[in-house]
Design a protein around this ligand. Structure first.
Ligand SMILES: Cc1cc2nc3c(=O)[nH]c(=O)nc-3n(C[C@H](O)[C@H](O)[C@H](O)COP(=O)(O)O)c2cc1C
Length: 170
């Protein structure tokens, strides 16, 4: 079983969740690759905020490589108003990279402050579905819960459910 964990994180919460997910994969002796989605520029908050109001706007990424054929891609993104441009670029990459190829399954999670997160999730569900990706699992983790260490159990559950979809028993 080949797993890719890919995430973008601006202030560290989505990264924290990604590393907890990876810890669980390691605990269950499952191998994974990790890709950190990185924009070519590190913009100040105010610029990201402005860009985040433009739906579907991509932002160029630093080069990255997928080293394997993956059964599942686990994508982590922060919730940004209407759009998180670096993640939009990554999703665009997935769409074109797997256009005529066997598509990996997708699981994703968002981290968020506490405002309109479900609409953000719906957008991801819609775009993956429209492009033929099977979303097997998704979840949301609130910033405060991550900061206060209240997500460990839910992350373990998230990982377990992913295994179930991949027909692996742990
Ligand atoms: C540009 C920007 C826009 C954001 N917009 C929202 C929002 O609309 N709703 C929300 O709940 N949180 C919003 N947040 C808060 C983030 O989703 C939250 O802090 C998230 O956990 C950050 O993840 P990170 O630390 O991995 O960057 C926004 C943060 C940024 C930087």
């Amino acid at each position: 079983m080949k797993i890719l964990v890919a995430y973008f994180s601006y202030t560290g919460r989505t990264e924290k969740v990604a590393s907890l997910i990876c810890e669980n994969f390691s605990k269950f002796k499952v191998e994974f690759d990790l890709v950190k989605i990185q924009p070519i520029l590190n913009l100040p908050y105010i610029f990201w905020l402005l860009l985040s109001f433009v739906p579907k706007l991509p932002f160029p990424l630093k080069k990255f490589k997928l080293n394997n054929v993956y059964d599942i891609i686990v994508l982590g993104t922060p919730k940004w108003t209407l759009n998180c441009p670096p993640v939009t670029s990554f999703v665009n990459f997935l769409r074109s990279n797997f256009k005529d190829a066997k598509k990996p399954k997708v699981a994703f999670y968002i981290t968020y402050g506490g405002f309109k997160e479900d609409a953000f999730i719906e957008k991801f569900l819609k775009i993956f579905k429209a492009n033929g990706f099977d979303v097997v699992e998704f979840d949301k983790f609130k910033r405060r819960d991550i900061d206060e260490g209240r997500v460990l159990e839910r992350i373990e559950n998230f990982v377990r459910k992913i295994f179930v979809h991949l027909n692996q028993s742990i």
